[in-house]
Design a protein around this ligand. Structure first.
Ligand code: CP
Ligand code: NVA
Length: 333
């Protein structure tokens, strides 16, 4: 108990810094809803929480008496369990809600659902299809909303991926990340997050799946300030480009909101597969990343997932610590 008090004081000092104090009660709907300074403070807090947990020391009661709703319109393994376990570890309570078994399944709308849920719980983490639905939820909930993935954005994933990259390389500057595969929500969120924190970002995606101009524009405006280099390719770049790449990141070809003819697209898409051959052409010490779930043999080879230079599993692990830090800042009493 004595130790816990020591940690609590230390962690509270981090939470009492201006950047994190400003997050109190705020929504986290978009990757850039936390700014550069706030991201680094959250990384600092997540690092401490991870260390305490991995040392099997008692974690502080940062979410004491707080209830977090976990609302899902789509399937999930990592988001659901990492939020659930993370809230529990900080002595809060979480409850899982599958939309189909709520009255929304019978036609109640998001406005009334948000008005109701926010009367019972302190925060709603939601995974929905349309980003606009999440915005409606935020509009009518007087409690903070955290985006657990929409068709457009997956900010919790990207915040913790940047934490993982920084943890592995001990820096974010002079790191080049290349996203390869079907350009989608993960790509767009990565563009914003990388550009904001000064990570160079390349996207290699077939011309049938071009990068969103909207997110590219946002990324370019952050890159102007951070110095990050943004490049887009519609074929796999050659060795001269790849030799600068430190992180190769991919995601499933077919997202939960998509329907692709994967058989027909296989010859095109397989040229963008994250595999050993591709990593060998990249910078020395290059690593593979995947937000998961993965379909091995499609966007990623089996071996890359379990290789020494795979960050995939640490990336999954870190979701919990970064989200614990995020909720502690948002729900600070
Ligand atoms: N990466 C991720 O969000 O995984 P889940 O879909 O399993 O939550
Ligand atoms: N792009 C994927 C990410 C899953 C975590 C999807 O939206 O289904």
């Amino acid at each position: 108990m004595k130790k816990e008090h020591a940690y609590t004081n230390d962690l509270e000092k981090i939470l009492d810094t201006k950047p994190l104090k400003q997050m109190k009660g705020k929504d986290f709907l978009r990757t850039d809803d936390v700014n550069e300074e706030q991201s680094y403070m959250l990384f600092h807090l997540a690092e401490r929480l991870k260390k305490i947990h991995q040392d099997h020391e008692p974690l502080p009661h940062l979410l004491n008496q707080k209830t977090v709703t976990l609302f899902f319109e789509k399937p999930s393994t990592r988001t659901r369990v990492s939020f659930d376990a993370g809230v529990h570890l900080l002595h809060g309570h979480s409850l899982f809600i599958d939309k189909t078994i709520t009255q929304m399944g019978r036609g109640e709308d998001m406005q009334d659902t948000a008005l109701t849920l926010s009367r019972y719980t302190d925060c709603i983490m939601a995974r929905v299809f349309e980003h606009k639905e999440l915005e409606t939820m935020a509009k009518y909930s007087d409690k903070p909303i955290v985006n657990g993935l929409t068709n457009e954005d997956h900010p919790c994933q990207i915040l913790s991926d940047l934490f993982t990259i920084r943890e592995h390389f001990k820096r974010l500057n002079n790191i080049t990340l290349m996203y390869t595969g079907v350009s989608d929500n993960i790509t767009d969120s990565l563009l914003v997050g990388c550009a904001m924190l000064g990570v160079n970002m390349y996207v290699a995606s077939p011309k049938q799946f071009p990068v969103s101009q909207k997110y590219l524009k946002i990324a370019h405006s952050y890159a102007k300030k951070s110095g990050s280099e943004i490049r887009v390719f519609n074929e796999m770049p050659g060795k001269e480009i790849l030799k600068n790449v430190n992180v190769v990141y991919t995601d499933e070809w077919e997202s939960m909101h998509m329907k692709l003819d994967k058989k027909k697209l296989f010859p095109t898409l397989s040229k963008f597969q994250l595999n050993e051959k591709l990593l060998q052409k990249c910078a020395r010490g290059a690593v593979g990343m995947h937000c998961l779930p993965a379909l091995k043999g499609e966007e990623v080879s089996h071996n890359v997932m379990y290789a020494k230079n795979s960050l995939v599993w640490e990336q999954a692990r870190n979701r919990m610590y970064v989200q614990m830090a995020l909720l502690s800042a948002i729900l600070r009493s």
